[in-house]
Design a protein around this ligand. Structure first.
Ligand SMILES: CC(C)(COP(=O)(O)OP(=O)(O)OC[C@H]1O[C@@H](n2cnc3c(N)ncnc32)[C@H](O)[C@@H]1OP(=O)(O)O)[C@@H](O)C(=O)NCCC(=O)NCCS
Length: 185
């Protein structure tokens, strides 16, 4: 596996690109401050745009690292969401996908298109062995996205939500393995 960082990816309808500081207002309005979007995520709505700005500053700095994968999802010229890879385990070539988009764009199959592009990139270009994803059992729409991308159900178990430290939630876990790699690292 050779890390290549957050490279621009194109799909039929989407551009996946790096975030820039100037995305703050759109990100804040479109999803970061929407409690319906963050309901099942590990973080709380931002509350004010300064939180979004400072997060973007840290993300932009992180792009210097080739093992940092965090894309802005652009549809029809609009920044509408994010998708990234986290919980990287280099020794076994694994990472976890996480994503969200603005409520106004739910139900158009957009996130499955973005996730498929990220999976293809992580397998074909970076050489990851396996991508996993999890969702709160009360958020089955996210599981539908995983299934649309060919991910297979693994198990259901309680897991902590990192930034909502008091919360331990029941999640369904999914995986997809790189067909061009053998088992293991
Ligand atoms: C989960 C999420 C990423 C799905 O993205 P999406 O691009 O809307 O996904 P899809 O269009 O493939 O829709 C998935 C399912 O959501 C449901 N759905 C579609 N439109 C909807 C709407 N307007 N409102 C509620 N649910 C809707 C449908 O059941 C759909 O399944 P179907 O295509 O088989 O009918 C998106 O809803 C989201 O960002 N939610 C908030 C953040 C989040 O939960 N992230 C995942 C954490 S694990």
């Amino acid at each position: 596996m050779v890390h290549k960082g957050t490279k621009e990816l194109m799909t039929d309808r989407l551009m996946l690109r790096r975030f820039v500081i100037d995305d703050a207002e759109t990100m804040f309005i479109n999803w970061a401050n929407d409690p319906e979007v963050t309901k099942f995520l590990s973080w709380e709505p931002h509350g004010n745009i300064e939180i979004t700005k400072s997060l973007l500053q840290s993300w932009v700095k992180e792009y210097e690292n080739l093992n940092y994968y965090n894309w802005a999802v652009v549809y029809d010229g609009q920044l509408i969401g994010s998708i990234g890879l986290l919980s990287m385990k280099d020794e076994v070539g694994e990472a976890e996908a996480g994503y969200c988009i603005s409520k106004a764009y739910w139900g158009k199959g957009i996130m499955a298109e973005a996730l498929a592009a990220v999976i293809n990139y992580s397998f074909d270009e970076v050489g990851f062995n396996r991508i996993i994803a999890k969702h709160n059992v009360q958020n089955p729409n996210s599981g539908k996205v995983m299934k649309k991308c060919g991910m297979k159900y693994l198990e259901t178990k309680y897991t902590p939500l990192t930034l909502k430290s008091d919360k331990i939630v029941l999640c369904d876990f999914y995986e997809i393995r790189n067909p061009n790699r053998t088992k293991g690292a």
